[in-house]
Design a protein around this ligand. Structure first.
Ligand SMILES: O=C(O)c1cc(=O)[nH]c(=O)n1[C@@H]1O[C@H](COP(=O)(O)O)[C@@H](O)[C@H]1O
Length: 226
């Protein structure tokens, strides 16, 4: 895997705009993350097209269903040769075990713990009485015992998760280079540098690059802080 830990989240509705942005910053990111917005709009064909850029592809599908369905979905994406795929840890141990068993052996399967857009109050509204921190740790332990490669968590938890899972592969989104600025829908944010120092393996960055006046300068500036 490329040494630059930054994966650019290509959350753009139009294929040509997504491809142009990826081309522009390709030399300053380690890979590209294609999520639900991209996959629902452009499907397998869109992923194949972006493979031509030669960067590792992180397919962020956040699969969450019964084990049989998730395993079948994992098999259906072998052909896309993703470097990383996401499932939801809340889908449970059997679902994660079957997802890992169905994945290509070169693909890292990581489980989303607690979305970075949620805080303790949001969790309480879903019926969970623990903190986002404790829930992320609990789900990371479950993902570890299910044999996954790692988890997705915020920069607030990644240090503690790394302590309990030394050789895990950890993806941290919800990054804001300047935490004093508007964070939008993200609630548990840190800077890319803070996340890296706390033990992140991959740093997911979307809008701080894609919505910057100069995306190339933004990608370079983030790279320079790492
Ligand atoms: O799985 C993810 O990548 C993910 C998990 C999570 O808890 N929070 C989160 O923001 N993400 C993704 O990371 C990206 C963050 O985008 P920005 O907030 O624009 O940097 C989006 O593509 C989200 O789908």
């Amino acid at each position: 895997m490329n040494l630059n830990p930054v994966y650019l989240a290509l959350d753009l509705p139009r294929f040509d705009a997504a491809e142009a942005l990826a081309r522009k910053v390709a030399g300053h990111v380690g890979g590209i993350k294609l999520g639900l917005e991209f996959f629902c709009a452009h499907g397998h064909h869109g992923v194949m097209e972006l493979h031509k850029l030669g960067l590792p592809i992180f397919l962020d599908l956040k699969l969450h269903d019964i084990p049989n369905t998730v395993a079948a979905a994992m098999q259906a994406i072998h052909v896309l040769e993703p470097a990383i795929v996401t499932v939801h840890a809340a889908g449970g141990r059997a679902m994660m075990e079957d997802a890992k068993a169905a994945a290509d052996e070169r693909c890292k399967v990581v489980a989303v713990t607690v979305l970075t857009s949620l805080d303790d109050r949001d969790l309480s509204a879903t019926g969970l009485s623990c903190s986002a921190h404790d829930q992320a740790l609990r789900l990371a332990e479950l993902a570890h015992s299910a044999g996954l490669d790692g988890v997705v968590c915020s920069g607030h938890e990644v240090g503690a998760v790394r302590q309990q899972w030394k050789d895990g592969f950890f993806v941290v989104p919800g990054l804001r280079p300047d935490t004093g600025r508007e964070t939008g829908d993200q609630k548990r944010t840190v800077t890319p540098r803070q996340a890296r120092d706390a033990g992140a393996s991959v740093l997911v960055v979307g809008r701080p690059i894609s919505r910057a006046d100069d995306p190339l300068a933004a990608a370079r500036a983030i790279e320079a802080t790492l």
